[in-house]
Design a protein. Structure first.
Length: 277
Protein backbone atom coordinates (compact mmCIF):
# COMPACT_ATOMS: atom_id res chain seq x y z
CA UNK A 1 0.00 0.00 0.00
CA UNK A 2 1.43 3.39 -0.97
CA UNK A 3 0.52 6.54 0.96
CA UNK A 4 0.45 10.13 -0.16
CA UNK A 5 0.08 13.33 1.81
CA UNK A 6 -3.46 14.63 2.10
CA UNK A 7 -2.43 18.29 1.84
CA UNK A 8 -0.13 20.08 -0.53
CA UNK A 9 1.77 23.33 -0.09
CA UNK A 10 4.59 24.38 2.22
CA UNK A 11 4.46 22.93 5.75
CA UNK A 12 4.19 26.36 7.40
CA UNK A 13 1.83 27.88 4.83
CA UNK A 14 -1.96 27.90 4.74
CA UNK A 15 -3.55 24.46 4.58
CA UNK A 16 -6.15 23.75 1.93
CA UNK A 17 -9.29 22.29 3.46
CA UNK A 18 -12.75 21.29 2.37
CA UNK A 19 -15.64 20.82 4.79
CA UNK A 20 -15.97 17.22 3.58
CA UNK A 21 -12.37 16.41 4.55
CA UNK A 22 -12.67 18.05 7.93
CA UNK A 23 -15.97 16.26 8.60
CA UNK A 24 -14.42 12.91 7.68
CA UNK A 25 -11.47 13.47 10.02
CA UNK A 26 -13.70 14.63 12.86
CA UNK A 27 -16.08 11.69 12.48
CA UNK A 28 -13.50 8.92 12.04
CA UNK A 29 -9.77 9.23 11.30
CA UNK A 30 -9.72 5.78 9.70
CA UNK A 31 -12.45 6.79 7.26
CA UNK A 32 -10.40 9.91 6.49
CA UNK A 33 -7.37 7.74 5.70
CA UNK A 34 -9.35 5.45 3.43
CA UNK A 35 -10.89 8.36 1.55
CA UNK A 36 -8.06 10.89 1.35
CA UNK A 37 -4.70 9.31 2.13
CA UNK A 38 -4.44 5.69 0.97
CA UNK A 39 -3.46 5.21 -2.65
CA UNK A 40 -4.84 3.23 -4.26
CA UNK A 41 -8.03 4.05 -2.37
CA UNK A 42 -9.84 1.01 -0.95
CA UNK A 43 -12.91 0.11 -3.03
CA UNK A 44 -16.07 1.76 -1.81
CA UNK A 45 -19.19 -0.20 -1.07
CA UNK A 46 -22.13 -0.47 -3.47
CA UNK A 47 -24.40 2.45 -4.21
CA UNK A 48 -26.92 3.24 -1.48
CA UNK A 49 -30.39 4.52 -2.28
CA UNK A 50 -30.28 7.46 0.12
CA UNK A 51 -27.13 8.84 -1.51
CA UNK A 52 -28.67 8.41 -4.96
CA UNK A 53 -31.80 10.21 -3.78
CA UNK A 54 -29.80 13.11 -2.35
CA UNK A 55 -27.82 13.52 -5.57
CA UNK A 56 -30.99 13.51 -7.70
CA UNK A 57 -32.65 16.19 -5.55
CA UNK A 58 -29.57 18.40 -5.65
CA UNK A 59 -29.19 18.03 -9.42
CA UNK A 60 -32.85 18.77 -10.04
CA UNK A 61 -32.66 21.96 -7.98
CA UNK A 62 -29.51 23.06 -9.77
CA UNK A 63 -31.32 22.67 -13.09
CA UNK A 64 -34.40 24.40 -11.62
CA UNK A 65 -32.43 27.59 -11.00
CA UNK A 66 -30.99 27.49 -14.50
CA UNK A 67 -34.54 28.06 -15.71
CA UNK A 68 -35.88 31.60 -16.18
CA UNK A 69 -37.96 32.73 -13.17
CA UNK A 70 -41.27 32.33 -14.99
CA UNK A 71 -40.59 28.61 -15.49
CA UNK A 72 -39.71 27.87 -11.87
CA UNK A 73 -42.89 26.02 -10.97
CA UNK A 74 -43.82 22.91 -9.09
CA UNK A 75 -44.71 21.16 -12.31
CA UNK A 76 -41.37 22.03 -13.87
CA UNK A 77 -39.41 20.67 -10.93
CA UNK A 78 -41.35 17.40 -11.21
CA UNK A 79 -40.10 17.09 -14.78
CA UNK A 80 -36.56 17.82 -13.67
CA UNK A 81 -36.65 15.17 -10.94
CA UNK A 82 -37.79 12.61 -13.49
CA UNK A 83 -35.09 13.70 -15.93
CA UNK A 84 -32.32 13.31 -13.33
CA UNK A 85 -33.65 10.14 -11.72
CA UNK A 86 -31.37 7.09 -11.26
CA UNK A 87 -32.10 3.61 -9.94
CA UNK A 88 -28.69 3.08 -8.31
CA UNK A 89 -28.98 1.32 -4.97
CA UNK A 90 -32.75 0.82 -4.93
CA UNK A 91 -34.05 -2.66 -4.28
CA UNK A 92 -35.86 -2.95 -7.62
CA UNK A 93 -37.75 -0.90 -10.18
CA UNK A 94 -40.87 -0.77 -8.04
CA UNK A 95 -38.90 0.56 -5.09
CA UNK A 96 -37.24 3.15 -7.30
CA UNK A 97 -40.54 4.21 -8.87
CA UNK A 98 -42.09 4.69 -5.42
CA UNK A 99 -39.36 7.09 -4.39
CA UNK A 100 -39.43 8.90 -7.70
CA UNK A 101 -43.01 9.90 -6.96
CA UNK A 102 -42.12 10.87 -3.40
CA UNK A 103 -39.18 12.95 -4.60
CA UNK A 104 -41.39 14.76 -7.09
CA UNK A 105 -43.91 15.55 -4.36
CA UNK A 106 -41.21 16.76 -1.97
CA UNK A 107 -39.57 19.15 -4.41
CA UNK A 108 -42.85 20.38 -5.81
CA UNK A 109 -43.95 21.43 -2.32
CA UNK A 110 -40.50 22.83 -1.51
CA UNK A 111 -40.27 25.10 -4.52
CA UNK A 112 -43.84 26.32 -4.16
CA UNK A 113 -43.46 27.10 -0.45
CA UNK A 114 -39.84 28.18 -0.22
CA UNK A 115 -37.74 28.25 -3.34
CA UNK A 116 -39.72 29.75 -6.21
CA UNK A 117 -39.29 33.33 -4.93
CA UNK A 118 -35.63 32.96 -3.93
CA UNK A 119 -33.08 35.17 -5.65
CA UNK A 120 -29.90 33.12 -5.83
CA UNK A 121 -26.66 34.74 -6.88
CA UNK A 122 -24.97 31.35 -7.04
CA UNK A 123 -26.07 27.73 -7.40
CA UNK A 124 -23.58 24.93 -6.77
CA UNK A 125 -21.13 27.79 -6.32
CA UNK A 126 -17.45 26.99 -5.89
CA UNK A 127 -15.80 29.07 -3.16
CA UNK A 128 -12.13 29.38 -2.30
CA UNK A 129 -10.62 31.92 0.06
CA UNK A 130 -7.81 32.19 2.59
CA UNK A 131 -9.13 32.56 6.11
CA UNK A 132 -6.50 32.70 8.81
CA UNK A 133 -4.24 29.65 8.49
CA UNK A 134 -6.46 27.71 6.09
CA UNK A 135 -7.63 28.00 2.50
CA UNK A 136 -11.30 27.07 2.51
CA UNK A 137 -12.57 25.39 -0.63
CA UNK A 138 -15.88 23.80 -1.43
CA UNK A 139 -19.15 23.92 -3.30
CA UNK A 140 -22.18 25.69 -1.80
CA UNK A 141 -25.64 24.43 -2.71
CA UNK A 142 -27.03 27.94 -3.05
CA UNK A 143 -26.17 31.53 -2.21
CA UNK A 144 -29.05 33.98 -1.90
CA UNK A 145 -28.87 37.76 -1.67
CA UNK A 146 -31.19 39.41 0.83
CA UNK A 147 -31.11 43.02 2.00
CA UNK A 148 -27.60 43.54 0.71
CA UNK A 149 -26.18 40.43 2.38
CA UNK A 150 -25.37 36.92 1.20
CA UNK A 151 -27.12 33.94 2.78
CA UNK A 152 -25.69 30.40 2.66
CA UNK A 153 -28.31 27.74 1.82
CA UNK A 154 -27.59 24.04 2.28
CA UNK A 155 -30.04 21.35 1.18
CA UNK A 156 -30.77 18.38 3.42
CA UNK A 157 -32.48 15.29 2.00
CA UNK A 158 -32.30 12.91 4.96
CA UNK A 159 -35.22 11.31 6.73
CA UNK A 160 -34.87 13.57 9.77
CA UNK A 161 -35.44 17.32 9.59
CA UNK A 162 -32.51 19.38 10.93
CA UNK A 163 -32.83 21.75 13.85
CA UNK A 164 -31.37 25.10 14.81
CA UNK A 165 -28.48 23.50 16.68
CA UNK A 166 -27.32 21.84 13.48
CA UNK A 167 -27.34 25.15 11.65
CA UNK A 168 -25.43 26.84 14.46
CA UNK A 169 -22.89 24.03 14.83
CA UNK A 170 -22.35 23.29 11.15
CA UNK A 171 -18.66 23.78 10.44
CA UNK A 172 -19.30 23.61 6.70
CA UNK A 173 -21.84 26.43 6.68
CA UNK A 174 -19.62 28.66 8.81
CA UNK A 175 -16.62 28.03 6.58
CA UNK A 176 -18.65 28.79 3.47
CA UNK A 177 -19.78 32.06 5.04
CA UNK A 178 -16.16 32.97 5.84
CA UNK A 179 -14.98 32.02 2.36
CA UNK A 180 -17.73 33.95 0.61
CA UNK A 181 -17.02 37.00 2.72
CA UNK A 182 -13.35 36.74 1.82
CA UNK A 183 -14.10 36.41 -1.90
CA UNK A 184 -16.77 39.06 -2.27
CA UNK A 185 -16.31 41.47 0.65
CA UNK A 186 -20.09 41.28 1.07
CA UNK A 187 -21.44 40.64 4.55
CA UNK A 188 -22.38 36.97 5.04
CA UNK A 189 -23.58 35.91 8.48
CA UNK A 190 -26.82 33.97 7.96
CA UNK A 191 -26.80 30.25 7.20
CA UNK A 192 -29.80 28.03 6.49
CA UNK A 193 -30.60 24.33 6.29
CA UNK A 194 -33.47 23.52 3.92
CA UNK A 195 -35.06 20.11 4.49
CA UNK A 196 -36.28 19.04 1.07
CA UNK A 197 -38.70 16.38 2.30
CA UNK A 198 -40.73 18.74 4.48
CA UNK A 199 -39.89 22.21 3.12
CA UNK A 200 -38.79 23.17 6.64
CA UNK A 201 -36.10 25.84 6.95
CA UNK A 202 -33.88 26.37 9.99
CA UNK A 203 -31.75 29.48 10.25
CA UNK A 204 -28.81 30.70 12.25
CA UNK A 205 -27.18 34.12 12.20
CA UNK A 206 -23.51 34.03 13.12
CA UNK A 207 -21.58 36.71 14.93
CA UNK A 208 -17.96 37.58 14.31
CA UNK A 209 -17.07 35.60 17.43
CA UNK A 210 -18.98 32.47 16.43
CA UNK A 211 -17.41 32.49 12.96
CA UNK A 212 -13.98 32.88 14.55
CA UNK A 213 -14.67 29.87 16.78
CA UNK A 214 -15.51 27.76 13.72
CA UNK A 215 -12.40 28.97 11.93
CA UNK A 216 -10.24 28.01 14.91
CA UNK A 217 -11.88 24.59 15.04
CA UNK A 218 -11.21 24.08 11.32
CA UNK A 219 -7.59 25.09 11.77
CA UNK A 220 -7.22 22.61 14.64
CA UNK A 221 -8.77 19.73 12.66
CA UNK A 222 -6.65 20.56 9.60
CA UNK A 223 -3.50 20.58 11.71
CA UNK A 224 -4.37 17.26 13.33
CA UNK A 225 -5.08 15.53 10.03
CA UNK A 226 -1.92 16.90 8.42
CA UNK A 227 0.20 15.80 11.38
CA UNK A 228 -1.33 12.31 11.21
CA UNK A 229 -0.61 12.08 7.49
CA UNK A 230 2.98 13.20 8.03
CA UNK A 231 3.41 10.63 10.80
CA UNK A 232 2.12 7.91 8.51
CA UNK A 233 4.63 8.96 5.88
CA UNK A 234 7.39 8.56 8.48
CA UNK A 235 6.33 4.97 9.07
CA UNK A 236 3.99 5.21 12.06
CA UNK A 237 1.26 2.60 12.40
CA UNK A 238 -1.87 3.47 10.41
CA UNK A 239 -4.08 2.22 13.23
CA UNK A 240 -2.29 4.44 15.73
CA UNK A 241 -2.35 7.72 13.83
CA UNK A 242 -5.68 7.05 12.09
CA UNK A 243 -7.67 5.13 14.72
CA UNK A 244 -11.23 3.99 14.02
CA UNK A 245 -14.08 5.76 15.78
CA UNK A 246 -16.88 3.19 15.59
CA UNK A 247 -20.47 4.23 16.16
CA UNK A 248 -23.83 4.59 14.52
CA UNK A 249 -22.31 6.33 11.51
CA UNK A 250 -20.67 3.05 10.53
CA UNK A 251 -24.00 1.79 9.15
CA UNK A 252 -23.74 4.05 6.12
CA UNK A 253 -19.96 4.22 5.76
CA UNK A 254 -18.78 3.48 2.23
CA UNK A 255 -15.64 1.77 3.62
CA UNK A 256 -17.40 -0.46 6.12
CA UNK A 257 -16.21 -3.66 4.43
CA UNK A 258 -12.59 -2.72 5.22
CA UNK A 259 -13.14 -1.95 8.90
CA UNK A 260 -13.73 -4.81 11.40
CA UNK A 261 -14.43 -2.33 14.21
CA UNK A 262 -17.11 -0.64 12.14
CA UNK A 263 -18.69 -3.97 11.26
CA UNK A 264 -18.85 -4.89 14.95
CA UNK A 265 -20.21 -1.48 15.98
CA UNK A 266 -23.56 -1.86 14.24
CA UNK A 267 -25.25 -4.79 12.52
CA UNK A 268 -25.76 -4.82 8.79
CA UNK A 269 -28.51 -2.33 7.99
CA UNK A 270 -31.04 -2.76 5.22
CA UNK A 271 -30.20 0.12 2.83
CA UNK A 272 -33.89 0.93 2.63
CA UNK A 273 -33.85 1.83 6.32
CA UNK A 274 -31.44 4.67 5.54
CA UNK A 275 -34.13 6.12 3.28
CA UNK A 276 -36.52 6.44 6.18
CA UNK A 277 -39.21 4.04 5.03
Amino acid sequence: MRFQLAFDGMPDGPVRVTPARLAAWSACPRRYRFGYVDRPRPPRGPALPHTTLGAVLHNALRAFYEEPPERRTGERVRELVRGHWRDDGFADRRHSAEFLVRAQDWLSEYVERVAATAKPVGVEKWVSATTGRIIVQGRVDRVDERDGEFVIVDYKAGKRAPDGEEARNSLALALYALALRGMSHVRCRQVELHHLRTAEVVRWRHTADSLAEHRERAERLARQSREATAALGRGDSPDRVFPPRPGGQCAGCEFRRHCPEGQRAVPVVDPRALLGE
